[in-house]
Design a protein around this ligand. Structure first.
Ligand code: PMP
Length: 368
C-alpha cells in the first residue's frame, strides 16, 4: 500500500482543506457574511418559489437557467445603462454555485496545463487553489504598501508570463482596495489574448463615486466581471455566483460545466431574492455607513486601517496579531487572522455587533 491511502495526487498530499474556522461564537465577523437575514416577506417568497420548484424535482432543471440569466442581466444593467448607455444581455451572463465555482470554471475552460494564471498579493486565498486544481501554473506579484496595484510591475509581470487568466478582485479581499478604471483598461490591453477577471464579489459595497468594471465591458472583449449573491444579497447559503462577459466567454464555459449544475431549487431561490433586491440592497447602504464609521473609529484608536470599498476592514499593525485575535475571541468576537503579517480583518456586522467588537478591542488594546 502507498504511504497515503487512497493515493492522493502528489501535489495535494499533506494539504489542509481551505476554510475559516466555523466556531459557534455570539459575534461572528470573520467570513464577510451579510449580518441581516431577509425580511419575512422575502423569506415567504423564497419558500413559495421553492415549493413550486419542488413539484418539478423529478425533472432536471433548465440547463440554460434562462429566466435567471435574464433577471441577472437586468440587475447588472442598472449599473451599466446610466454610464455606458448599454445594458447587459442574458447571453453575456453565466452563473454557478457561488462565484468560486464560476472562477474555477473559467480556469477549467481558459487555463489548465501549460497555461498560467496570475494575481497580486495580498489577495483572495482561493485563487492559487483554482490554479492548483486545474493544473494551471500560478504566478503571484505584489501590491504597493497601501495595497494598490503598481501598474508598471503588473504590466512587466504580465509581459513576462503571458498569463491566460489574470484574477483581480475589486474591491480586493482582504484589503478592501478598489481598482480604478484606468488600471483595468491598461491591464486588459497588456493581457491581450488572455482574460482579465475582475472579481466584484463585494462590488455593491463600493463607496460613492467608485466605478464598477462592468462599465468597461463594451471596450474590452477580454474583460470578465464576476459577482455573487453571497454578500450584497445576503444569500451565502444559497450558493449563487455569476459573471458578465463577451457571450463567447460563456460559450467556452458551457464546454466544461457539469450538466444541470444549477439546481432548480437554487434557480428558484435566486430569482425570488432578485425580486426583493430593493429591500436587500437597502441593507447594503446601512452596512456601508457602518463600514465607514468602523474605519474612522479604528483610526481614532491610532491603528493603521486600509481604505475599504467592501463589507470588511483590514486593520493593524499588531506585533502579535494572534494574541489580539485570541483576545477578541475570548470576548466572544470572532474576526479573521488573514492578510499581511500583523493585520486583522473584521467583517461589518449589525450596529450591536460592531459595538461588541469595539468594546472587545478596547479591552484587548488597553487592559485595565
Ligand atoms: N471572491 C472573493 C474576493 C471572495 O472574498 C469570495 C468569498 N469570500 C468569493 C469570491 C466567493 O464567494 P462565493 O463563492 O460565495 O460567491
Amino acid at each position: 500500500m502507498s504511504a497515503t491511502f487512497p493515493p492522493l495526487r502528489a501535489e495535494l498530499q499533506g494539504l489542509e482543506p481551505y476554510g475559516a474556522p466555523q466556531l459557534d461564537v455570539p459575534v461572528q465577523l470573520n467570513v464577510n457574511e451579510n449580518p441581516y437575514g431577509p425580511s419575512p416577506e422575502c423569506v415567504a417568497d423564497i419558500a413559495a418559489s421553492v415549493a413550486e420548484a419542488a413539484s418539478t424535482l423529478n425533472r432536471y432543471p433548465d440547463r440554460e437557467f434562462t429566466e435567471l440569466r435574464t433577471a441577472l442581466a437586468a440587475y447588472l444593467s442598472q449599473d451599466t445603462l446610466p454610464t455606458t448607455g448599454r445594458g447587459i444581455t442574458p447571453e453575456q451572463v453565466w452563473a454557478a454555485n457561488g462565484s468560486n465555482e464560476v472562477m474555477l470554471q473559467l480556469l477549467q475552460a481558459y487555463a489548465g496545463p501549460g497555461r498560467t494564471a496570475l494575481s497580486f498579493a495580498p489577495t483572495y486565498s482561493m485563487y492559487p487553489e483554482y490554479a492548483r486544481d486545474t493544473n494551471t501554473d500560478w504566478v503571484v506579484g505584489h501590491r504597493e504598501e497601501d495595497f494598490t496595484l503598481d501598474l508598471e510591475h503588473a504590466r512587466a509581470l504580465i509581459d513576462e508570463h503571458r498569463p491566460a487568466v489574470v484574477l483581480l478582485p475589486s474591491p480586493n479581499n482582504p484589503t478592501g482596495t478598489s481598482l480604478p478604471h484606468e488600471a483595468i483598461s491598461v491591464l486588459c490591453r497588456a493581457v491581450g489574448d488572455g482574460l482579465l477577471v475582475v472579481d466584484e464579489a463585494y462590488g455593491e459595497f463600493r463607496r460613492g463615486g467608485v466605478p464598477s468594471a462592468l462599465e468597461l465591458l463594451p471596450e474590452h472583449r477580454n474583460l470578465v466581471v464576476t459577482r455573487t449573491m453571497s454578500k450584497a444579497f445576503a444569500l451565502a447559503g444559497a450558493r449563487l455566483g455569476y459573471l458578465a462577459a463577451d457571450p463567447a466567454v460563456c460559450d467556452g464555459i458551457r464546454v466544461v460545466r457539469l450538466p444541470y449544475h444549477l439546481s432548480a431549487v437554487t434557480q428558484a431561490v435566486a430569482l425570488a431574492a432578485l425580486r426583493h433586491q430593493e429591500e436587500l440592497l437597502g441593507r447594503v447602504d446601512e452596512l456601508r455607513v457602518e463600514r465607514d464609521a468602523t474605519v474612522e473609529w479604528l483610526r481614532e484608536q491610532g491603528l493603521e486601517v486600509a481604505d475599504s470599498d467592501a463589507n470588511f476592514v483590514l486593520y493593524g499593525v499588531f506585533g502579535d496579531r494572534h494574541a489580539v485575535w485570541q483576545g477578541l475571541l475570548d470576548r466572544s468576537v470572532l474576526v479573521r487572522e488573514v492578510g499581511p503579517d500583523g493585520w486583522l480583518r473584521v467583517s461589518i456586522g449589525t450596529p450591536d455587533e460592531m459595538k461588541s467588537f469595539r468594546l472587545a478591542l478596547e479591552e484587548v488594546l488597553r487592559p485595565t
